[in-house]
Each structure stands twice: as C-alpha cells, then as structure tokens.
Design a protein around this ligand. Structure first.
Ligand code: FES
Ligand code: FE2
Length: 378
C-alpha cells in the first residue's frame, strides 16, 4: 500500500454502487474468483456439522467429512438441481446429505450413495454424480472457499503480507463468543471504503477517538503524520491505543488476561488489523479478536457478520465481559453503517457522477486500482 498520494484523484463512477449489471460483473470478477471467508473452524466441531454460505447468487455447503477435513460443495443436487440444504447451519444425520426433493443421498465427502426408488437404467453410474466440489483452504482457523474451477492463486498468496500481521495471535484455538449480524443498505464497496479511511473519524467516532488519539487527526496511522519516526525496528506505523489504554473497549481497559504469544510491542500498540480486500478484516487486540465479514446481498445491501473471539479454554464467559468487549465496536459499526447508508442514498443523485479522493484516502485509491484490475481480467 502506497502512502504517496498527494493529489486529488477521482473516485469510482457513481453507478458502480447501484447498477445491477455492474454488480454482476463485480461478483464474477471478485466474489466468484477470489478466496472468500465463510466462517471459522470452531463452528464445525463434529463430523457432519455444516454451514451454508451464500456468495452472490451461489450457495455453498461447508462440512466436516469423516476424515476430519473440511470440504465444500455447491449446494445443488446432481439429479435435477434442487437446493440440498436450506438451513444456514446444522448437522447431517449419519453423515448423509439427503436431497429434500427425491431423496438422492450423498456422503459428506460428496459421493452419491443412493438413489431411492426404481432406477432401472443400465447406464447409470453413481460415480458420475458426485457433488460439485468447491476449493477450500484455511488461515488461522478461518475457512475460505474459492468458487473458481481453477483458483489463480493459493489462499496463502492471496492473503500476502496481511496474514503476517496477526501471526502471533492464537486465532486457531479461539472461537466466537458473540456474533452480530447487521444489515446495512449500501453497496459492499462503500463499507470497504469507509473501513479504509479515517478522514471521517473525528466527526463520526468521538468515543473511538478517545481510545485511538491518532484518529482525531483524521488518519489511521502515526506514519501518516508529518515528521513521524519509527519507535522500534520494523515499526510500519500503526494507530496505537492512548496512553493508559490497552484495548478497544469503552474505557480502554482489558477485563481478561492477555492472549498468549503476543510480543511486547503488540500488547503496547493494542490493535493490529489484517485485511482481505473487500470482504473481511480481522482485528487483534491484546485480550480478544474481532472479525468482520462483508456479505453482499445485492447491489445496494450487505450483511455484516461480526464475531468477537476468545480462547477456547477461556472458561466461563460472563455477560458483563461480552458487554465490555463488544460495546465500543458495536457503537462504531453502527456509526459507520449509518454513514454508509447516507452515502448510498446521496450518490444516486443524477447530478453526482463521480466523487474525489483526498490525499489521506490513499487506501481507497489502492482498493479501486485492485478492483479495476480484477474487472479488466474478466
Ligand atoms: S432434485 Fe435432488 S433428488 Fe431430485
Ligand atoms: Fe469508521
């Protein structure tokens, strides 16, 4: 990511944020080609547990097969294409995926096992009718799928440097202790753009700015401030919590032990982000982890899936602790969601054809370049 933007640049054309035809192009260029996170390993504990993820118009079953591995299948029956699972999560009884229409029955590793009723055709071979597979890979316990037949890069390459930032956080052995699913009436790019700049922070997030003083300057990172000097070797310039604060909570205090494995600097900074362009970000704090997934529902609506994670072996998690760790981010997400909805409505003015990016919005320019490249590759 460059920090070199020192001029005004154009934003994307306004109709890219509401036009259905363009939305379909973005689904094809990004959502059906890139790796998309659909949940965390801790959500599938036993063989036959499953999740169903919707990505654009596609539906994917993610399940744990008898060998303990995670597998993903298109949610469509090989007989005449019925949806196989209509719930968003559950458990396949006896490890059998049974189509609700004519009860063709599959194993959780995708094989067609049985076709009840008379099936006299001599040329019918069960092996020809396995479920359609979807590529699946993992990072720190997060499950990613890729809807392309031949993904152009591995998940590891796709995540790039972003995966390194949270290397010390023990997310593989953590699980969600609280989830919020929030509908926001805006295009997926607007939420990502909002996440990518802090130009709005002083006005929109007074509570957050108390915990993150650099945000009052309308930038994310110390490195964006004139005259910034690294404090330690390798310091890439982070926003860090205020003196006297330790984490992202309303009062900046932690109410539970620090996670194991973090460096002194990571604990001192109090917040580290890893971003997956457009679809997800994960935030490591000394005491908990928060993940936010963006799930497009149409050109003008998204669902946010927000999880607050603690170690599996944490012990009893009280309501007070949940309240404590979720309060600030819930407020900030509400503030951001309202701004994104106003943004969505306003850019539909026939007079508004295209916005401008100011210098500190350089991550938006990077995001737009990334998106233009993907659309060009279609
Ligand atoms: S469509 Fe699934 S068994 Fe007929
Ligand atoms: Fe914000």
């Amino acid at each position: 990511m460059s920090r070199a933007l020192n001029e005004i640049r154009p934003s994307l054309p306004a109709h890219w944020y509401y036009d259905d035809e363009h939305y379909q192009r973005e689904l094809a260029a990004v959502w059906y080609r890139d790796w998309v996170c659909v949940g965390h390993r801790s959500e599938l504990r036993r063989d036959g547990d499953y999740l169903v993820a919707k990505i654009g118009a596609q539906s994917v079953i993610i399940t744990q097969a008898p060998d303990g591995k995670i597998r993903a299948w298109h949610n469509t029956c090989r007989h005449r294409g019925s949806l196989l699972c209509k719930e968003s999560r559950g458990r396949f009884r006896n490890g059998r995926i049974v189509c609700p229409y004519h009860t063709w029955t599959y194993s959780t590793d995708g094989k067609l096992l049985a076709t009840p009723g008379r099936l006299d055709a001599d040329d019918f071979n069960h092996d020809d009718y396995s479920l359609f597979g979807v590529h699946v890979a993992g990072w720190k316990g997060f499950i990613f799928v890729n809807l392309s037949d031949t993904p152009k890069e591995s998940l590891d390459t796709f995540l790039g440097a972003e995966k390194l930032y949270l290397a010390n956080w023990p997310i593989e052995s953590m699980h969600s202790v609280h989830r919020e699913v929030i509908t926001v009436n805006c295009n997926w790019k607007l939420f990502w753009e909002n996440y990518s700049e802090c130009y709005h922070c002083p006005r929109l997030h007074p509570e957050l700015c108390k915990v993150m003083p650099v945000y009052r300057e309308a930038v994310f990172d110390d490195a964006d401030l004139p005259g910034w000097k690294p404090r330690f070797e390798g310091d890439r310039g982070f926003g860090r919590v205020a003196d006297g604060a330790s984490t992202w909570t309303m009062d900046g205090k932690t109410a539970s032990p620090d996670l194991k494995g973090l460096s002194e600097e990571e604990r001192e900074i109090g917040v580290v982000f890893s971003s997956v362009n457009g679809s997800m970000y994960v935030v490591g704090h000394p005491d908990y982890v928060r993940s936010v997934r963006i799930v497009p529902q149409g050109p003008e609506q998204i669902e946010l899936v927000v999880d607050w994670m603690l170690p599996e072996d944490f012990g009893e998690v009280s309501d007070d602790l949940i309240e404590h760790i979720t309060g600030l981010a819930k407020l900030v997400i509400r503030q951001d969601g309202e701004a994104c909805e106003l943004n969505q409505q306003g850019l539909k003015s026939p007079r508004f054809e295209q916005g401008v990016l100011v210098p500190q919005e350089y991550p938006l320019w990077d995001f737009h370049e990334w998106l233009r490249q993907r659309l060009n590759d279609l």
